[in-house]
Design a protein around this ligand. Structure first.
Ligand code: NAD
Ligand code: LMR
Length: 339
């Protein structure tokens, strides 16, 4: 699927690469919410990942149909679809669970406005994973990610099966956007304009560390303000353009498949797979922020090593100062929901 070296994996892979890598080890992956706007194209992209042996597609509506459709694609993996009352069967033997279940935003809404609906969806799915596949790695896409990831962690903790190395918030779309938007400004390929994006996944909690990119550090002044704003609020652009029909689905499916592939490569023992993801983290725990996205090395157990954020400019310090209090609130809200 995606390029096999870590450096290239974090740059923008071409569609052709989705079909090209050869498999080493293989794994059963479940998509919970497979009938949705993200779930369907994500399932298709995962069907094309040679590291996926078996695809288990679950939704409260439509998953058997999506599975029948995707199963005709001529790649090696088998595909099974499960109806609303078959969640436990869908999770049997699964090593990686990707969760895009839940409602998306409409114009005028924040991601936090989705909390009331999505918190219980994510909690109930995490409860089932803890019961049926307690060793699985859980990749949370459902918003608000800053709260749904702590919800998954606390739910598993309650069940006595929480391992912080196996719970991830998927923030890859922010990284994908940052590379794409920067590439457009400096007239380079997104493969060369990778940006480490840290913090969380909503507005001011999204902190692109442009100074750490050779292209990014050339952007200054008003241009920098505009680029940072575009990376932080890229989701709003799509919500507005879709005009009530939802939020990013296709670029998110791409980002979700990209992160899943990175994790699978790490699980299979590939060295040097490093990408930003929102995990339980010591980096700002002394400020009460115990989940944070930064570069994480992925390995056979999931999170192998959490990298520090590295050197940042005064400008980026200010972005971090705005990020942390909001992130803290979002995390506490998620934890409180489960408590
Ligand atoms: P969608 O409405 O098109 O699809 C959601 C799917 O979830 C539906 O098929 C629905 O039936 C299913 N679902 C609802 N409750 C369920 C349950 N209990 N179990 C299983 N499936 C259930 O929405 P979408 O556009 O695919 O977005 C899904 C979520 O992803 C939203 O919360 C959205 O905000 C989020 N999202 C996150 C990112 C990110 O970067 N992390 C990016 C885009 C969207
Ligand atoms: C995104 O960044 O596109 C997603 O989080 C969806 C949204 O609500 O913006």
């Amino acid at each position: 699927m995606f390029a096999r070296s870590a450096a290239r994996a974090l740059s923008a892979p071409t569609a052709a690469r989705l079909f090209s890598a050869s498999a080493t080890a293989r794994t059963k992956v479940a998509v919970l919410g497979a009938g949705g706007g993200i779930g369907q194209p994500l399932s298709l992209l995962l069907k094309n990942d040679p590291l996926v042996t078996s695809l288990s597609l679950y939704d409260i509506r439509g998953a058997p149909g999506v599975a029948a459709d995707v199963s005709h694609v001529d790649t090696g993996s088998e595909v099974n679809g499960y109806a609303a009352d078959q969640l436990d069967q869908a999770l049997e033997g699964v090593k990686v669970v990707v969760i895009p279940a839940g409602v998306p935003r409409k114009p005028g809404m924040t991601r936090d406005d989705l909390f009331n609906t999505n918190a219980s969806i994510v909690r109930d799915l995490a409860t089932a994973v803890g019961r049926v596949a307690p060793d699985a790695h859980i990749l949370v896409i459902s918003n608000p990610v800053n709260s749904t990831v702590p919800i998954v962690a606390s739910t598993l903790q309650k069940a006595g099966v929480y391992d912080p190395r196996r719970v991830f918030g998927v923030t890859t779309l922010d990284v994908v956007r940052a590379a794409r938007f920067l590439a457009g400004l400096v007239d380079a390929s997104p493969a060369e304009t990778g940006v480490t994006v840290v913090g969380g996944h909503s507005g001011a909690t999204i902190v692109p560390l442009l100074s750490q990119s050779s292209f990014g550090k050339t952007i200054t002044g008003e241009k920098l303000d505009k680029l940072v704003h575009r990376i932080q609020f890229g989701g709003d652009e799509v919500v507005k353009a879709k005009d009530g029909a939802g939020s990013a689905t296709l670029s998110m499916a791409y980002a979700g498949a990209k992160f899943t592939n990175a994790l699978l490569r790490g699980l299979n023992g590939e060295k040097g797979v490093v990408t930003p993801t929102f995990v339980q983290s010591p980096l700002f725990a002394d400020q009460g922020v115990d989940f944070f996205s930064s570069n994480v090395e992925l390995g056979p157990n999931g999170v192998e090593k959490i990298h520090p954020i590295g050197q940042v400019t005064e400008y980026e310090e200010k972005l971090l100062a705005a990020c942390l209090p909001e992130l803290k609130k979002n995390i506490e809200k998620g934890r409180a929901f489960v408590a």
